[in-house]
Design a protein around this ligand. Structure first.
Ligand code: ZN
Length: 234
């Protein structure tokens, strides 16, 4: 490990660290450190942080806080685990959608299997595809909740719902929608037919009702209890 004192005595000497350039005989590691210093300097300059201060620099460089949002979703035991995992993959854009395969020159066409008229990306398939929109509308109409058209997990984490049970069931509904859209898309890719959005509604309803039936619900909120009983019945 290079000590700061040693670095100043051997390399920087009387030079200004900000403008310091490594000599031709410097080691590979030292040249890499100086390279990173230049990148950081450029980044800090573009962020308008002049003069530099370490606290603001840390805030600028620390990992995106949105990532933390995943914990309450993935750790929500109410969501069927395989569905929570799929949602995690969707939010990190890790599914092998057509746009990715096309960019890798693995396939010739990047069209969506559900509508056949747009490029299939994560955003398109789960949110802006006419098929997915229709499924979402039907399901929103059933569960009486206005569902988000993108950034599902962020929407859910930030959503103010005064009842914890209802909030958790909302996550179960969202995960089930995405899971079923991905399944329909895979069936369409292999077998060439697309189920009707009404079928997706039915599958989501069945899954959510089954899940709600398995869970111990502890709520004293009359409006939440009425909503849960409605979800179980209809
Ligand atoms: Zn589509």
């Amino acid at each position: 490990m290079l000590s700061v004192k040693w670095v100043h005595a051997i390399y920087i000497k009387s030079s200004n660290w900000e403008d310091y350039e490594p000599g031709a005989n410097s080691s590979w590691a030292w040249r890499k450190i100086c390279q990173v210093k230049h990148l950081l300097k450029d980044y800090i300059f573009r962020a308008g942080m002049d003069p530099y201060n370490s606290k603001a620099g840390y805030q600028l460089l620390k990992p995106d806080m949105d990532k933390v949002m995943w914990y309450p979703w993935v750790l929500n035991k109410w969501i069927i685990p395989k569905q929570a995992f799929l949602c995690w993959l969707i939010a990190h854009q890790r599914l092998t959608t057509q746009d990715r395969l096309y960019r890798m020159h693995i396939i010739q066409s990047n069209l969506c299997f559900l509508c056949g008229s747009h490029e299939e990306s994560h955003e398109h398939l789960f949110f802006s595809c006419a098929f997915s929109q229709r499924c979402r509308d039907l399901i929103a109409n059933w569960c009486l909740i206005e569902l988000p058209c993108s950034e599902v997990i962020k929407w859910w984490v930030q959503r103010r719902d005064h009842n914890a049970c209802r909030k958790k069931i909302t996550a179960v509904i969202l995960a089930s929608i995405m899971y079923n859209i991905w399944n329909v898309r895979n069936v369409s890719r292999v077998e060439g037919f697309v189920s009707r959005p009404e079928c997706i509604l039915q599958r989501v309803k069945n899954e959510v009702k089954m899940r709600v039936g398995q869970l111990q619900l502890h709520s004293r909120n009359p409006s939440a209890l009425a909503w849960i009983s409605y979800i179980r019945q209809y």
